[in-house]
Design a binder for this molecule. Structure first.
Ligand code: ADP
Ligand code: MG
Length: 262
């Protein structure tokens, strides 16, 4: 599914202008990362795409099109979007396997198909053997893996990811980046990934979109032409990664520097 954003502006009723004139296109099957200083409107943009901003909360102007159709005119359930947050929002009273199945249950998928799909996904995420554990009994990395495959379970057309690895330690983050790359290389899901971590954006995405500071807009777009299959650990030492990081950082640094909350 293609996502096209044209002239997107978002102003919270409380007074904050979060976005001004965002133009961004994500083509079907593409992995795009958005990077920008904290508070520049990244999460707010994802919420607008997912139709999670109520008119009482914020005024949204401009266009957000999914395969040419205005997302705000469609009933939310017609849009098959997946959303993965920084903090996993697993249901604490359900096991890992039951959490993965939640979306399938809501969509009325029969039990044998659910079990089969869940087993495949647990395998994909290296969680086989942990299906009967509860979220509090596993690590943060395992909970984020569970969130990710719970989203994959219902085969969304687009996956929105908001700093999904932001709360993890550096080593776990690198492992999950590698797993996400492997999943994307296999499935070619359309992914819009938000992060404040430039290295993460370069390693994961085909295109890195640089936001200005608030009110956010697209300042520049870079191709991340690193070869596939990508290994996050190896790439970090590669000359091409270093070049991309230096180039993008030169544009980005002033925005980060002038943000007192950074
Ligand atoms: P980012 O994800 O890039 O760090 P956000 O999109 O969360 O930034 O926030 C952008 C701006 O909008 C910030 O100044 C934030 O304080 C403000 N903001 C976010 N949510 C709300 C809200 N519900 N009401 C009012 N202001 C908000
Ligand atoms: Mg955010």
């Amino acid at each position: 599914m293609d996502i096209e954003i044209r002239g997107l502006g978002i102003r919270f009723r409380a007074g904050v202008e979060a976005a001004r004139g965002i133009d961004l296109t994500v083509r079907s099957g593409e992995f795009v990362a958005v990077v920008g200083p904290s508070g520049c409107g990244k999460s707010t943009m994802l919420n607008a795409i997912a139709c999670l901003l109520s008119p009482e909360e914020a005024e949204v102007t401009g266009e957000i099109l999914a395969d040419g159709k205005d997302v705000r005119s469609c009933a939310a359930r017609d849009l098959n979007f997946g959303y993965v947050f920084q903090r996993d929002n697993l249901l604490p009273w359900r096991t890992i396997a039951d959490n993965v199945q939640t979306g399938l249950e809501i969509r009325g998928v029969d039990a044998p198909s659910r079990r089969k799909r869940t087993a495949e996904l647990l395998e994909l995420a290296g969680l086989t053997g942990f299906e009967h554990y509860y979220p509090h009994q596993v690590s943060g990395g395992m909970r984020q893996r569970t969130s990710l495959i719970r989203t994959l379970a219902y085969d969304p057309d687009v996956i929105l990811m908001d700093e999904p690895f932001g709360a993890l330690d550096a080593q776990t983050r690198m492992i999950l980046q590698g797993e996400l790359l492997r999943i994307w290389e296999r499935t070619h899901k359309t992914i819009l990934f938000v992060t404040h971590d430039l290295a993460e954006a370069i390693i994961l995405a085909q295109r890195v979109v640089l936001f200005s500071k608030r009110p956010g807009f697209v300042r520049q777009v870079y191709e991340s032409d690193l070869p596939y299959p990508r290994d996050p650990f190896e790439l970090r030492g590669s000359p091409r990664f270093g070049e991309l990081e230096t180039t993008i950082w030169q544009t980005l640094r002033d925005d980060f520097r002038s943000d007192p909350t950074a």
